[in-house]
Structures are given as structure tokens and as C-alpha cells.
Write a protein that binds this ligand. Structure first.
Ligand code: SAH
Length: 358
């Protein structure tokens, strides 16, 4: 019988502990200690070879070697922007491609990770939206993006270079809820990567039922890609609004903040003559009064073939000032990594869903 080894990075800490208890002939009281050691080798030191795991009984090492696969996904291409942003094109074991972006700034380093290959949402201003949905990423494929970035940045010391993780790359995290949830539990695990809830942000285009579920089951910061303050406009640029209306979004966001007690980041890409009018700003102010929120105004990033244009500097300033005067928190987010197509909404890979040939 051939043993199919399991991908280590698909396991949460609790899964690993249970697996060791069930499959390794160890005393139950040793299981916790061994789980801890292994977890630390992998997630604190960044080891991906069992031979590097010191102080483990030979038999435990043999079992790990036999039962688990610790392989990293591979880097197909790396691009470095003149502003220091790094974009990696990563190749999965099944040959599909995803992108991951590191955005360094003065006091933080943000890693933007993908949750799907392609996307189903088809938001009109988003490059990923032009790529058909290929697949949900597994937990291990999500985690691997962080491990590869940490390898690349030499980020296995005590001082973290990657301080924040945002699920804002390709795909809709809430359409891949279970794997995203498990990946976050791995990120948060104190014996390993040890990111607190306040260092992780999940961004959604507004999958209403999953927002409430996430408040209870995931509990990180939430970003909502709003981009329009009324249904008519939102529906034109974000087809998901046909299914989940702004009223429902407000309700679920209010519920989220009641559980999570943190403001929700509203993402708003300013598109010239589409959503940047004074009237839109006023509607947005009203919407912002419905639940605790902060507004992130985002510069539109162009990509090959897009028909939208960024708002003029003047329109951006006016919009910003109108919101600011209302007393709500608003920031203008500068675009990063645009020259390498690594900025928000510019990610896209060549992966296509293969037709089934029977
Ligand atoms: N599907 C999730 C995760 C993707 S996050 C979501 O929609 O939130 C990617 C962010 O970049 C979203 O806020 C998205 O709306 C924004 N975005 C998409 N295209 C963009 C563009 N061309 N310029 C700037 N931001 C864009």
C-alpha cells in the first residue's frame, strides 16, 4: 500500500495534535510537547526539511517524513517596484498561478495574499475580474504564500518584517470561507506565526451571510469593498450587488461591529465621473453613520484594456474634504507597486480553468 502524504500546511495546530495522537506511537502526555516542537520548527524557524528538526525521536522524524509533505510552492517570477513593493508570481503544485504582494512602508510591512485563482465577482474596474474563476486555494496554498514571502524576505527572526497580512489579493475570501478561516487560525497560533487579530484584515466585496459568520468564527479586521453609495450605481460596477443590496450590507456590517467592536474599513476606489460626485460623497456620509467605519479612498489603478479612469486630483480632494468635514474618519490611500501591476485590482495570472475532457 502506498501512503499518500498529507500537506503539513493544511493542518491547524489542533489538527496536528490530534493526528499525532492518532498516528504516532507516543504517550498522550508527550503529544503536546511534540506538536509544539514541530510547529515551532515549521512556523517560527521556517524549516521545510524534517532533517532540520532537532531533538525529536528518530521514530517521530520517520513518521513525519512518511506522513507529511512540507514542500513550498515555487516562485515563477518576482518583480520589484521602484517604491519597494515586491510582487511574486507563484506556481502551485497543480501548475496554477497566483500572485502575492509585499508592501513595505516606514513602520510596517504588509503582505497581500490571494484566496482564489481567478474570481467569480467580475467587478468592472478590477483586473482579476477579467480572469475567470479557476479554483479556491487550499489552506496550504494560502499559508504557503506567507512562508515563501518570509523565506524571500529573510523574515524568520524575532523581528517581523511582515507585520500585517491582508486578504486583498486575487479572489473573494468569503467564497472560500473554510480554507480562509483555517489559514487564519494558523496565522494566529501563538506557538507559530503568532499574528494577532489586529494584524489581519479580510476584505470582502460583500457576501452578506458570510460577514456575520466571520464575526463569530474568524474575528479579524474587516474591509468592505463598497465603491458606490447606492444600489443603482453599485450594481453597475459590482454585479454582486444584484444579490446583496446595500441595506443588507449595512445590516450585516452593523452586526459585525457589535460582535467585533472594531470599525470596518470601507474601501472606495474613485472612478472619474462614475462615483466621485458631491452627491455620492453625501450619500456615503449617510451610509457611514449606520455603523462604526473608516473610509479608505483608493486611487484607481489602471490595467491593460480598462475603460475607467482615475478621478482628477481636484475631484479626489473635494470628495475627501466633504467626508472629512462630516467628522468621519477618511484616509487617502496612495497606490503602491503600480509599475509592476502589483497594486490593488491589478493582479491577474494566465491560469485558466481546464476543460474537462472525458
Ligand atoms: N474580493 C475581495 C478581495 C479583493 S481585495 C474584495 O472585493 O474586497 C482587492 C481590493 O482592490 C478591493 O477593494 C477591490 O475593490 C480593489 N480594486 C479592484 N480593482 C481596483 C483598481 N483597478 N484600482 C484600485 N483598487 C481596485
Amino acid at each position: 500500500m502506498t501512503i499518500v502524504s498529507k500537506n503539513f500546511y493544511d493542518f491547524s495546530y489542533a489538527d496536528l495534535s490530534k493526528f499525532i495522537l492518532d498516528h504516532f506511537s507516543l504517550e498522550p502526555k508527550q503529544v503536546g510537547m511534540r506538536t509544539n516542537q514541530i510547529w515551532k520548527f515549521v512556523y517560527k524557524k521556517g524549516f521545510s526539511e524534517v532533517s532540520q528538526f532537532s531533538n525529536l525521536p528518530i521514530e517521530t522524524k520517520e513518521n513525519l517524513q512518511k506522513l507529511f509533505n512540507f514542500k513550498r510552492i515555487t516562485i515563477k517570477e518576482k518583480k520589484i517596484s521602484k517604491d519597494g513593493t515586491i510582487k511574486w508570481l507563484l506556481q502551485l503544485e497543480d501548475q496554477n498561478l497566483v500572485e502575492t504582494v509585499f508592501i513595505p512602508s516606514e513602520n510596517r510591512g504588509t503582505l497581500c495574499i490571494s484566496s482564489q485563482v481567478g474570481c467569480t465577482l467580475n467587478c468592472k474596474f478590477c483586473h482579476t475580474g477579467t480572469q475567470r474563476m479557476v479554483k479556491n486555494l487550499s489552506t496550504s496554498e494560502i499559508i504557503n504564500q506567507i512562508l515563501v514571502a518570509k523565506d524571500e524576505l529573510g523574515d524568520w527572526g524575532t523581528q517581523k518584517k511582515i507585520t500585517n497580512i491582508v486578504y486583498m489579493g486575487m479572489g473573494e475570501p468569503f467564497y472560500n470561507f473554510d480554507n480562509v478561516k483555517k489559514s487564519i487560525s494558523i496565522l494566529k497560533e501563538i506557538h507559530g506565526l503568532d499574528y494577532s487579530s489586529k494584524k489581519i484584515t479580510v476584505s470582502t466585496a460583500g457576501v452578506v451571510p458570510e460577514i456575520i459568520k466571520a464575526a463569530n468564527e474568524i474575528g479579524t479586521y474587516l474591509a468592505l469593498s463598497l465603491h458606490a453609495p447606492n444600489d443603482i450605481l453599485r450594481e453597475k460596477i459590482m454585479p454582486i450587488n444584484k444579490k446583496y443590496k446595500i441595506k443588507d450590507l449595512i445590516e450585516s456590517c452593523s452586526a459585525y461591529t457589535k460582535i467585533n467592536k472594531e470599525k470596518i474599513f470601507l474601501e472606495y476606489v474613485l472612478l472619474k465621473d462614475v462615483n466621485d460626485s458631491e452627491e455620492c460623497a453625501k450619500q456615503l456620509i449617510k451610509l457611514m453613520s449606520s455603523f462604526p467605519s473608516k473610509l479608505n479612498l483608493i486611487e484607481f489603478n489602471a490595467w491593460p484594456g480598462v475603460s475607467y479612469q482615475p478621478s482628477s486630483t481636484d475631484a479626489v480632494q473635494k470628495f475627501y474634504q466633504t467626508i472629512k468635514k462630516s467628522g468621519h474618519i477618511v484616509t487617502l490611500r496612495k497606490s503602491r507597486g503600480e509599475d509592476i501591476l502589483g497594486a490593488c485590482g491589478q493582479l491577474k495570472t494566465e491560469s485558466e480553468k481546464l476543460r474537462k475532457t472525458i
